[in-house]
Design a protein around this ligand. Structure first.
Ligand SMILES: C[S@@+](CC[C@H](N)C(=O)[O-])C[C@H]1O[C@@H](n2cnc3c(N)ncnc32)[C@H](O)[C@@H]1O
Length: 328
């Protein structure tokens, strides 16, 4: 079975909702879209995310019908990327920045934008969240989806106002590493927890405890609710970054596994904090990294970790064991 069946590839009509980080309500949205080469799409996606997009859609834009090949990437050579922005959160400066950032990519078409009429975005968006299957044994899906009981572990993750359904490559890479790791009785930190998906799955796979950390109060609420939903609220608790850093015993403890799926710049900026959280011989999993950024991330952690790389499409995850007796 395809472990990434949450990602649908088939014909040009198919659409992949790669992520939605906010609740899309009954309202108007501004949509930016442009055609781009498949090879540039992840970088452009990252630009839109940085500019505050609340949802991104990738569609095939050519006329070919493609057969599934590796199940892991979009099958189209030319894709249409559409990003939805809440107009109240978008200023002229951000629009100018998007336009100027995009000039570095060869243009087959300039950036288009349009105002979308009122629609019930929550319902539209729900249709595109597909269950994710990990290692043929874990089913992860929202509570409104009916789980396939043939899987050994069933995990219900509702995204609410946070990122992390399992559908995005950066999350599924971490899930794959976690599912292949011995998690029995270990302590885990899920840094940049979003919905709590990685920490909650770790608990379901046997972790003694898992601590979620995020800068977004919505994520904390969603993650703790998802923990309750999966009956792991005694093992998993999410904290705001500030609270985590200012609570002595949370900050100073060392953990067997630390997983962080955040943007590359944040992984580099917080390298000291992340290194310090990993126990000697503990495992660090870093994701949210485009293949061409992996060297910069490895360099920031080189004093304490040698990494192995797992790649899916344009994205990579780095996994390393902390060397003993290194101060980091
Ligand atoms: C890409 S999402 C990952 C969510 C989930 N862990 C997953 O794998 O799907 C990144 C998360 O990191 C959070 N974040 C961003 N900067 C952060 C920081 N400096 N410290 C902690 N969390 C941060 C964001 O709010 C977001 O929820």
């Amino acid at each position: 079975m395809n472990p990434y069946s949450g990602i649908r590839n088939s014909s040009k009509e198919d659409t992949i909702f790669t992520f939605s980080r906010t609740s899309l309500t009954l309202t108007d949205y501004i949509e930016f879209s442009r055609l781009t080469q498949k090879s540039d799409s992840s970088q452009i996606e990252a630009l839109f995310v940085e500019a505050g997009a609340c949802s991104i859609t990738v569609e095939g834009a050519d006329q070919q019908i493609h057969l599934e090949e590796d199940h892991c990437s979009t099958p189209w050579e030319i894709v249409k990327l559409s990003a939805l922005f809440d107009p109240t959160a978008l200023d002229l400066e951000s629009i100018r920045k998007i336009q100027s950032d995009l000039t570095e990519f060869p243009l087959s078409e300039s950036l288009r934008f349009r105002k979308l009429g009122i629609r019930n975005w929550d319902e539209e968006w729900k249709k595109h969240i597909q269950p994710t299957i990990v290692n043929d044994c874990i089913w992860i899906g929202p509570t409104w989806d009916k789980p396939d009981l043939e899987y050994r572990h069933i995990v219900h993750i509702d995204p609410g106002l946070a990122f992390g359904t399992g559908n995005h490559e950066t999350t599924s890479l971490c899930l794959e590493v976690l599912a292949n790791h011995a998690l029995d009785d270990v302590g885990v930190v899920d840094f940049g927890c979003g919905t709590g998906i990685l920490g909650i799955v770790s608990c379901i796979l046997g972790a003694r405890y898992s601590i979620g950390v995020d800068i977004d109060p919505n994520a904390i609420e969603v993650a703790n609710r998802n923990a309750e939903q999966n009956d792991v609220e005694r093992q998993f608790k999410a904290h705001l970054l500030e609270e985590f850093l200012n609570t002595g015993e949370l900050r100073s403890a060392k953990h067997n596994v630390v997983v962080a799926n955040i943007l590359t710049s944040t992984l580099i900026e917080h390298s000291r904090t992340l290194k310090d959280l990993v126990a000697d011989q503990g495992t660090l999993i870093l994701s949210g990294i485009l293949a061409n950024q992996s060297q910069a991330v490895s360099d920031a952690y080189r004093d304490a970790f040698d990494f192995s790389i797992l790649q899916r499409g344009d994205w990579v995850a780095l996994t390393g064991i902390r060397r003993e007796n290194e101060s980091g």
